[in-house]
Design a protein around this ligand. Sequence first.
Ligand SMILES: NC(=O)c1ccc[n+]([C@@H]2O[C@H](COP(=O)([O-])OP(=O)(O)OC[C@H]3O[C@@H](n4cnc5c(N)ncnc54)[C@H](O)[C@@H]3O)[C@@H](O)[C@H]2O)c1
Length: 341
Amino acid sequence: MKILVTGAAGFIGYHLCEALLKRDIEVVGIDSINDYYDQNLKFGRLSQLGIEKIGARVPLRRCTSTKHGSKFKFVRMNLEDRQELPKLFEQEEFRVVCNLAAQAGVRYSLENPSAYIDSNIVGFVNLLECCRHYKIEHLVYASSSSVYGLNDKIPFSTTDNVDHPISLYAASKKSNELMAHTYSHLFGLPTTGLRFFTVYGPWGRPDMAIFLFTKAILDNKPINVFNHGEMERDFTYVNDIVDGVERILMEPNDKRKQRPIYNIYNIGNNKAIKLTDFIESIEHNLGKTAVKNMLPMQPGDVTRTWANVDNLIQDYNYSPDTDISVGVKSFTDWYCQHYKV
Ligand SMILES: NC(=O)c1ccc[n+]([C@@H]2O[C@H](COP(=O)([O-])OP(=O)(O)OC[C@H]3O[C@@H](n4cnc5c(N)ncnc54)[C@H](O)[C@@H]3O)[C@@H](O)[C@H]2O)c1
């Protein structure tokens, strides 16, 4: 089993690579290491995987891990690269692909829409083409809870209508699901889309709430609390996400073939947590109270997310079990150690 993980220097991609390597699976990771947020965090994650940087960059376009040897290779590459991507598929003969590379973030899609079209649309269709031509057994790809947009029926179910996205990010993720459907239908490519719900944990993204709040509280700066705190999120600990993704990736091909060729699952914690409770948990772990800057709702944002994960439980025995008290502590411990606070 050789797996391609795209977005391997990213938050979820890094954790997935670690988990797959622990199982002794052969992994090739690709990432453009874009500068959407601090690239040092991406280099830091790669270093955990045994891919060392020299000076400011990963030294070679293609490197082998000093920690995992030939079991883990990293290639710095853009999904949009229509020349190099097929060459990689030709050389490596992957069986399964997990696409986590994307321009993430709802708010940034209002500022830089082109980044979403380049990575999430052009990049994704290039990947689909490679999966089609190199007869990939299964493409698993990240979608997002944001596809539920203006949906007000909770918890969000994969049978709900998702024709009302309210950000270009959400529209790009919904487009991925439509494009995957086309490739499953036309070319018999088995695809599984995973709608992730607010993932958090160590090595997390600096643009996400837990990172922003922790940093601001420690720096004695106010935190921005949107919709005056009247928000709920299905916060999901990264290990629970990785566990779900692994269950799907690891499924033997003969068993997977018994499922529909095109599949979509929610992957969340199955609970809506009040933003104010989440903040309290961060404060508790840092032993400091936040100064809150109460603000109105932001454009493109939704007030509540909550995942119905019944299908994933039924099909894959998925069981997210990390309570926010445990997950938040693990993040704040990592943050304080990493940034030497
Ligand atoms: N973190 C969450 O809460 C969350 C929620 C819903 C969906 N998702 C989705 O999960 C996936 C992983 O998210 P993450 O939080 O790890 O984000 P991340 O930004 O940390 O990781 C994505 C990685 O992809 C790389 N990348 C971006 N465009 C690329 C391209 N065109 N070619 C090659 N590499 C590229 C980036 O450099 C980055 O390292 C993304 O698809 C994201 O949209 C994440």
